[in-house]
Design a protein around this ligand. Structure first.
Ligand SMILES: [Zn+2]
Length: 401
């Protein structure tokens, strides 16, 4: 990150150098005289800035560059680049000063003016001053005829509304964009899920159901909407309908089978249908040999036929699909088996193995964002790192499922 910031600064420095060189060359060409004392000073300051940069003193370098760089149409892009750099360094207040300074110049073209409005909105968002950012974005949306700027303003506005959890307003902004930008359907489906959860808390179940059905119309792969609908059916005692809904999830996203297992267990066991639950788990296992399914089956067999049958089943499945979680469960079963067989304390070798699997399990990653790699213990529908929706999924493999 530090290298990237320094590289960006170096690029800005080159742009400034180019701008200054261009101006000096222009003066010489028009006046046919040697460089003025002021342009000589500018060049000197420029090299002072460059020296700071090469000595890895970026703050001093930036301040020097700002001082030498007058605002005009040739240098606006460089000022904007410096503002972006400050924001990326977490100094959005300095970026605000640069962008406000630019806006104070009356001779800017409308396009440049809108570009600076957008940058300033980004600065205020970074500072958490959402009302000012929103006003700037609304100004661009009201006055701009530039499609690119309008789309950027809408994207920023939606980002802002999302941060404020203003789901309905965000949906209203994004709806007209679906045709041209179908990838926006996925976040919108999640906002509908958020609205559904709010409706459930307010005891407005029919409204919640309406939001969830709309979410699935927008994004048929929205596992979260299906899961919420199934949980609502379980709460209403409609277990068959809940199971039907859950049956869609492996087709929507196979990696989310572990996510749906608790709801599946509720639906079958509240309906006193243990055999149905076992059959369903076997069916899922044929689709994906995930550890959560194997453990759920093991628990069922342990309860029904005893611990030794469970050991047999888990051992067999672990040979085909080895996993840390499965091994840990198998060790638990062996310890339980020894206890039931009247051993006063478990075999020390088993306890040592258990100690190791416990330590490994503690450090493992249960869920990971498929977009940015963010690791999370619990499932989160929006990645806190890249802010994408629906990209965090259970980890598959020896350490995970
Ligand atoms: Zn992410």
């Amino acid at each position: 990150m530090r290298d990237v910031a320094l590289l960006s600064l170096l690029l800005v420095a080159i742009a400034i150098g180019y701008g200054l060189g261009y101006r000096q060359f222009g003066r010489r060409r028009h006046l046919t005289q040697s460089p003025t004392p002021s342009s000589q000073t500018l060049s000197k300051e420029y090299f002072v800035g460059l020296n700071y940069l090469l000595n890895e003193q970026p703050d001093e370098a930036i301040n020097t560059f700002i001082n030498v760089l007058a605002v005009n149409s040739d240098t606006v892009d460089t000022h904007i680049a410096l503002g972006k750099l400050f924001r990326a360094r977490g100094e959005a207040d300095k970026a605000v000063s640069i962008h406000q300074n630019l806006l104070a110049r009356p001779a800017l073209s409308q396009r440049t003016n809108e570009q600076i409005h957008l940058e300033l909105a980004r600065d205020f968002m970074a500072l958490g001053v959402h009302d000012r950012a929103q006003r700037l974005l609304n100004t661009v949306l009201e006055h701009s005829g530039d499609d690119e700027h309008r789309y950027a303003a809408k994207q920023l506005l939606v980002d802002l509304l999302e941060r404020e959890k203003a789901w309905q307003q965000a949906l209203e902004v994004i709806q007209p964009l679906f045709k041209q930008h179908p990838k926006l359907r996925r976040p919108a489906a999640h906002w509908l899920c958020e609205l559904a959860i709010e409706a459930i808390h307010e005891a407005s179940r029919p409204i919640a159901k309406k939001h969830l059905k709309k979410a699935l119309q927008l994004d048929e792969k929205c596992v979260r909407a299906t899961l919420l609908l199934a949980e609502m059916e379980v709460d209403n005692g409609h277990y068959g309908r809940a199971i039907e809904r859950l049956d869609h999830i492996p087709r929507q996203e196979i990696a989310h089978i572990p996510t749906m297992l608790p709801a599946l267990k509720h639906a079958y066991l509240r309906n006193d249908d243990e055999a149905g639950y076992a059959a369903h788990l076997y069916r899922l296992l044929e689709q994906a040999p995930y550890t959560s399914i194997i453990i759920a089956l093991g628990q069922l067999v342990q309860q029904r036929d005893g611990v030794d049958k469970a050991i047999e089943l888990i051992g067999e499945h672990l040979r085909a699909a080895p996993s840390l979680g499965g091994l840990d469960y198998l060790i638990d079963l062996y310890i339980e088996s020894q206890r039931l067989n009247g051993k006063p304390s478990p075999d020390t070798r088993l306890l040592l193995l258990k100690h190791h699997t416990d330590a490994l399990m503690l450090n493992r990653t249960r869920h990971r964002c498929r977009h940015c790699g963010f690791a999370s213990d619990a499932l989160q529908w929006q990645c806190p790192s890249c802010r994408y929706w629906g990209t965090i999924k259970p980890v598959i493999g020896v350490e995970g499922e």
